[in-house]
Ligand binder design. Structure first.
Ligand code: F6R
Length: 364
């Protein structure tokens, strides 16, 4: 059942502190404060390049992972959506690592890419939520998200648990590549262990986000902005909103605004900014100032330091708890899910079964 919630989607959003914790506990040793992946049939220290392939929301988890793997493990990453990968026919090196991310483990485009990579001699590692899925069966190795069954068509808890597994994989890879000492690993894993409690805190912003949803529900178009690992969260926010509320939404890298999309800004366009205070914050803040100067209705998601440093007054601000920048994309996914959910409820759509969509896309 829906556990007392009106929709499966809301139940699944609320399950996140628990399932994030379950997923992390399967890979984190609290005594040693280290990450231990299940045994893999290949050595991570040999990995020279990672090819990430996924579709939809799972591809945004892959995008976050690209930032993490390149900046922390210093391993180059290629990234594609499943439907583009094979037809692009990229040169692939036998022995390279291909990483597939899928809640269902059945998505046709991702599965076809996996079969292609296997035929080319790559090592295929899948991150799936359905342990007995086709992708899990056909991969050389599998890491599972312990999100439990996801019923709502719009992915929520599968996404945040994918990020947890990808964060752990990044740490293990960085260690194997000699890029992370014990202190560095302890710092990153401390950030991760705090995620379940922070996620629970962030759920308490539900009412605030519901109030803001009223304004978003009146819009025809909505923009989402973010930089660094907040950029894929902007893309995910826009996808979540369009698929369940049917409002047109676009996610942009905040720095791209001035290259075109800023022309869309007027007082009817809500601009949702995902801006945890991190090393890129001041750049994002100056992009927000440009939007506010043009009359844009900014909905600002940050922490208290970010709100203090913004320098302009947004139409709405949500002052979230301060979090380690490493794990911020995991946590900022939650307000973005809640906002989309409440907008859809206001619009009266079928939240759990949006029109034209299927939970598992088994055709190309
Ligand atoms: C969006 C959504 C889809 C899926 C995509 C991939 O909320 O659910 O975009 O993320 O169809 O599905 P999986 O992860 O099962 O391969």
């Amino acid at each position: 059942g829906k556990g007392g919630h009106r929709h499966y989607m809301l139940k699944e959003i609320y399950e996140q502190p628990q399932v994030i914790g379950d997923t992390l506990n399967a890979m984190f040793n609290p005594v040693e404060r280290t990450i231990t992946l299940p045994p893999l049939p290949f050595a991570l220290d040999d990995v020279e390049r990672v090819t990430l392939i996924a579709c939809g929301t799972s591809s945004y988890a892959a995008m976050v992972a690209r930032y993490w793997i390149e900046s922390i493990a210093r391993v180059p990453v290629d990234l594609d959506v499943g439907s583009e990968f094979r037809y692009r026919d990229p040169p692939l090196q036998a022995g390279g690592l291909a990483l597939f991310i899928s809640q269902s483990g059945e998505t046709a485009d991702t599965l076809a890419a996996l079969r292609h990579c296997k035929a080319k001699g790559l090592r295929c590692l899948s991150i799936v939520n359905v342990a007995e899925s086709t992708m899990a069966r056909e991969s050389d190795a599998v890491l599972t998200t312990l999100a439990g069954p996801e019923i709502g068509v719009a992915s929520t808890k599968a996404f945040t648990t994918q990020l947890v597994v990808l964060a752990c994989l990044t740490i293990a890879l960085a260690r194997a590549k000699g890029q992370l000492d014990a202190d560095g690993e302890a710092r990153l894993s401390k950030g991760l262990t705090e995620v379940p409690a922070r996620a629970a805190e962030i759920l308490k912003y539900d009412e605030d986000l519901r109030a803001i949803a009223q304004t978003v529900a009146e819009a025809r178009d909505v923009l989402y902005l973010g930089r660094g690992t907040a950029f894929p969260i902007a893309l995910e926010g826009a996808l979540k909103l369009k698929e369940i509320s049917y409002i047109h939404a676009e996610g942009y890298a905040a720095g791209e605004m001035k290259h075109g999309p800023i022309a869309l800004i007027d007082e009817t366009v809500p601009v949702i900014v995902i801006a945890p205070s991190d090393g890129l914050f001041d750049k994002t803040a100056s992009n927000v100032q440009e939007v506010v100067a043009r009359g844009g209705k900014v909905i600002f998601l940050s922490d208290s330091e970010g709100n203090r440093r913004l320098g302009v007054t947004p139409a709405f601000s949500v002052v979230l708890p301060a979090v380690d920048p490493f794990v911020a994309p995991i946590l900022y996914a939650i307000p973005v899910q809640l906002l989309a959910y409440h907008v859809a409820v206001i619009k009266g759509t079928d939240v759990d079964q949006p029109r034209n969509l299927a939970k598992s896309v088994t055709v190309e």
